[in-house]
Write a new protein. Structure first.
Length: 69
């Protein structure tokens, strides 16, 4: 199973690929995938637009405004 970053830029959950297909285009075939993440997001982006999943770290995780001083 392929694991990628969720296509939703505000979501830090890993996403899995559940399907793949190719659409024809004037520039040649374009591969699309169906992704789903643990937060409930489902997308069908182009495969070339996916980013690898990187686990959040303290420097990449947003903190609530009251915790930031």
């Amino acid at each position: 199973m392929d694991v990628v970053a969720c296509p939703d830029p505000t979501c830090q959950a890993p996403a899995w690929l559940s399907d793949r297909w190719t659409f024809p285009s004037t520039d040649g075939p374009v591969e699309h995938v169906k992704t789903g993440c643990g937060a409930g997001h489902w997308f069908t982006p182009m495969a070339a637009s996916l980013a690898p999943f990187r686990a959040p770290t303290p420097t990449t995780t947003r903190r609530p405004a009251e915790a930031v001083r």
